[in-house]
Design a protein around this ligand. Sequence first.
Ligand SMILES: [Zn+2]
Ligand SMILES: [Zn+2]
Length: 450
Amino acid sequence: MPKKTKDVFKPKRNNRFSRLRGMKDVLFDEYKYWDLIIRKASDLADFYGFQRMEVPILEKLNLYERSTGRDTDIVSKEMYSFIDKSGDKIALRPEATPGIARAYIEHGLFNKPQPVKTFWLGPLFRHEKPQSGRSRQHSQFNFDIYGEDSPVADAQLILIAYNFYKELQIGVQVQINSIGCKECRDEYIQKLTDFYKERGKRSKLCVDCKKRFLKNPLRLLDCKEKDCIEVREEAPQIVDSLCDACREHFIKVLEYLDELDVPYNLNPFLVRGLDYYNRTVFEIIPFEEEAEDENIFLRQSSLGGGGRYDGLIEILGGRPTPACGFGLGIERTILKIKEKNIPLNKEEKNFIFLAQLGDQARRKMFILFEEMRRSGYQVRQAFTKDSLKAQLEESNRIGAKYSLILGQKELLDGTIIVRDMESGTQEVIDYKKIYSDIDKRLEAGKEEKN
Ligand SMILES: [Zn+2]
Ligand SMILES: [Zn+2]
């Protein structure tokens, strides 16, 4: 007799939804990576005294125009923005710092003992070009310090970012530069502009850089186009133009990093594309790529970065407040963990799986499950399944240590079967002795390990 094929539900193609381009779903197993990263970041936040906070995903559009900068790629090209039903111009946050800074002012956090140290984690949205292979939603976590101008703060943040990767066993290097303050930077930009004005230089630049030359010449330094990189080789370096105060600040930061044994690389072309940065800027680069091609891949492969933004709070209407911080990409970090097969060191859980055969047994196990769960046991079940085979398969799949099996016979005898899932051995025990038996076994397992 021909086997009857199962009816498989096939949705009609044109009746089906798929996720938006550049957006990703995060399913089940993927969360072990998220858990690891969130745990590590939270631990560091606790150690160094950063307090968790969250701000809304939506903010007023002009918050980003005024802080991140109207002419930056993020705001001018990549931001998701719209007019809401009340006619307000709204943006989905393309980066975290402006929202956190807005909250610092709005909640009067400047009245608290300074510095205020914040830990933030959440999604960001940028309408990136699809061919770039980048996601339009990605997540990041940020550490920021408000109300502290000492170079110790810069160094501590860099140390935290470095420790985060070191403790995950991901080799990274810190790229660091100083872009000075308003005064010394203006002087430098004049020098830089003069340099690019020299004969034949501007014509070699890419279309974007020709625009940057007029709008934001500093950004000529971090273009990734080959020709632009060639031209900039001879460009004057900003560290040579720093004023005394900026130079001293930068040297102190580097001295702390030396003392803390944080490896770094001075990168004179690192400027970070946002308007609010001053003095220290840095990026975290995976170690190997750095060796392969110094120039071209540096920025693309960055795992995150940050710097000082002493003017931001004032720009947003607060009182002058020095500040600095960094953000690290969660998905990019997960990619690295996968690439390097880094063990997740998940704490071992002693799952106890409850299996049953027959309706009456199921009812009894239902109750036992709740009892054991409330008593703190790591119980698991598949009560919707009837077949014992299917239940034990599930028990195997989740890596349960023991299964408790209740069938018709055991129900009548007042007993229950304990199955050691690793060895496959089974033992019939008195139903009333479940707890003492399981405790004994778990205890013996612990001693074996020690
Ligand atoms: Zn300066
Ligand atoms: Zn260019």
